[in-house]
Design a protein around this ligand. Structure first.
Ligand SMILES: [Zn+2]
Ligand SMILES: [Zn+2]
Length: 336
């Protein structure tokens, strides 16, 4: 999105309903594109994985614009987070939700309403015929409460330690190689990812194995622990800022690219960053230096996660060809 940093995910479910995870831009072009993509689909939720701007900037406009066009949003969801500056993007989004009469839910993995043995991670959405579901694995409300007080004392917006980890799965599909599953961990820290792992261990249907993995915190070397590799099978997506040496870090990029042959089929990078070239040098020939510059939203990639087959890229928008000048993602099509 506009700073090349955030990742706006529109999830289109098998029954043609949809949901949003994160946003991150105030530009009208991606907003129009998203509205075009959803058509008259039922919008089950808009979720902010956490309060940082690259995940929440412009959510207020998204909410207001949907409302103006009479597209009903069933709920707006964010981590159990209430202590925020009035100027924060998440607060602006909550004010918009309030004014547009959209239900708001501050949630965490745990709920105090059920006895511990019966406690289950909350459903963000599920199909009425129970053919699929999307759940929240992390963080816990207690964890977020701590992080919030800490951030308030430091006069900062609560950070990555409050980031949601979402898992989607087709109910009934075998979890082998993560078929029919994807994992969206926002900017999760190793601690919140570990908590998600614990949740997944408690409820076997919520295995972390996946066919589509959005690399936490844009590939920062501090937020993607090596143990997570065992769960990654299909496609991996980095969403990264322009010209950053840290997102994705060369270390993470190299590590995940090594998995490519046997485990992870494809790496996609939504970046204009130099990192790929820095990581792979001459193996990643520089095609056009002029492309490496801050630019507008570079469009969208459409990934499909089928029920029993590996995830794949179905399409990317017209300017997708500008997205990958270096092409270490060399087994991807040219415009990938
Ligand atoms: Zn963040
Ligand atoms: Zn981020």
């Amino acid at each position: 999105v506009e700073e090349g940093l955030g990742n706006a995910c529109l999830i289109q479910f098998p029954d043609d309903s949809c949901g949003f995870v994160d946003w991150g831009t105030q530009k009208t072009e991606p907003l129009e594109r998203a509205i075009e993509l959803i058509g008259r689909s039922r919008i089950r939720f808009i979720a902010a994985s956490h309060a940082h701007s690259d995940h929440t900037l412009g959510i207020a406009q998204l909410l207001r614009e949907c409302h103006r066009r009479k597209l009903r949003i069933e709920k707006f969801v964010y981590p159990a987070s209430t202590l925020n500056k009035q100027t924060a993007d998440l607060t602006a989004a909550r004010i918009a939700a309030h004014e547009c009469n959209i239900g708001m839910y501050a949630v965490g993995e745990d709920s105090f309403t059920a006895p511990p043995g019966l406690r289950r991670p909350p459903w963000l959405a599920f199909d009425e015929k129970l053919s699929w579901e999307i759940r929240i694995l992390s963080p816990s409300i207690l964890h977020v409460a701590d992080a919030e007080v800490d951030s308030l004392l430091r006069q900062k917006v609560a950070g990555n330690e409050t980031s949601f980890v979402f898992v989607f799965r087709f109910i009934g599909a075998s979890a082998e190689r993560g078929m029919g599953r994807f994992l969206l961990p926002g900017d999760s820290t190793p601690a919140t990812l570990r908590y998600a792992q614990k949740t997944a261990e408690k409820f076997s249907e919520l295995a972390l194995d996946n066919q589509l993995f959005l690399v936490p915190h844009h590939g920062s070397k501090y937020n993607c622990p090596t143990w997570i590799d065992q769960y990654i099978h299909g496609a991996v997506i980095f969403s990264t800022p322009t010209d950053s040496r840290h997102h994705p870090s060369a270390k993470i990029l190299k590590r995940l690219s090594k998995m490519k042959s046997n485990q992870c089929e494809t790496i996609f990078c939504t970046s204009y960053a130099h990192t790929c070239y820095q990581s792979f040098g001459s193996k990643a020939p520089l095609q056009d230096n002029a492309i490496v510059q801050p630019g507008p939203c570079f469009g969208d990639i459409r990934m499909i996660v089928p029920q029993r087959l590996p995830a794949y890229r179905a399409a990317s928008s017209h300017n997708g060809s500008l997205r990958r000048p270096y092409g270490h993602c060399s087994n991807a099509p040219k415009d990938g």
